[in-house]
Write a protein that binds this ligand. Sequence first.
Ligand code: PMV
Length: 371
Amino acid sequence: MTARDFIPPVYTTNVEKGSVTWESPSNIALVKYWGKKQDQIPENPSISFTLNHCKTMTTLEFSKKGDLEHFEFEVYLDGEKKDDFKPKIQTFLERVEVYLPFLKQYRFIIKTENTFPHSSGIASSASGMSALALCLMSVEKQLINSDVIISAVEEDLDDEYFNQKASFLARLGSGSACRSIEGDLIVWGKTKSIEGSTDLFGIKYPYKVHENFKEYQDTILLVDKGEKQVSSTVGHNLMHNHPYAQIRFEQAHQNLESLKGILESGDLDAFNAIVESEALTLHAMMMTSMPYFILMKPNTLEIINKIWEFRQKTGLHISFTLDAGANVHVLYPNKESQEILQFIQSELVAYCQNGHYICDQIGFGANQIQF
Ligand code: PMV
């Protein structure tokens, strides 16, 4: 498949106006995407758990307009007009216009809200961009829809194309957003050990997954809710000419290949080793960039050390991962939740800003709320 496959046929249906709503989750990478080429093509493959509770809900209202020269849209977050979101969305619309040629024919109102607090330090770009991409796909579906009754097989193919293109578009908004359309494990980036993997969009992990990973828990400890000092766009770019870049990209392929066996066998110790090494490697890349930077905070390290101590003492299968920030994602199997959650509450929450944390778990992707 190539990007050209996402250029649609001529639209056959005239739709004057309408409104669609999607909710889409965030995701947490186990093997990290860090480093990209033009158009958010990743330098290495990644795999993520889709989350269940951390979501963005977006309603897209659209109505035909006369001028076909410009994009016209307004953005609201929690009912408040957000003009500072516009440049990012303008860039996104410019990037995807060739794949959604109806964009300049409509005036859009984008109304969005997150289930997690805006200033939680949790990136809303994955859930936000995927929700917007899905809304745009629903508009396109109306423009293509014919009244011809299609078979169940054709309908499945239709759904597959819909999800692939939604993921492809989300990727052009924010790379990791392409992993939020479906669940529960999503691979993005071409790698030889995963059949069907592609740089263009996320695919559902296609192999057997052991029971141990069903309903896997992710408790997100909000260590620092402030704005990041270095954006992920800047961070990705610092991987160009990074002295360790090539070996890091190679390592990601190897880690994904190893993870394949681990996901099948259910080996939780081996899982924890890969996931933690990936988190620390991501931050090591940041610390060895030029200019270098550190996104972890003292409390991030306190939590990591506490987790290691507790794991050593109890033999329970608790581990951590990090995204591009100071917050810690504490991962553990559902069957050990009782003891681990107790430990989190009694020992780790003290390191969170205002004691805030979010209990989430592995989820199954986006849902359409309004058709
Ligand atoms: O999607 P971006 O450009 O915000 O990059 C996100 C990168 C990490 O969250 C650090 C890792 C990942 O794979 O999600």
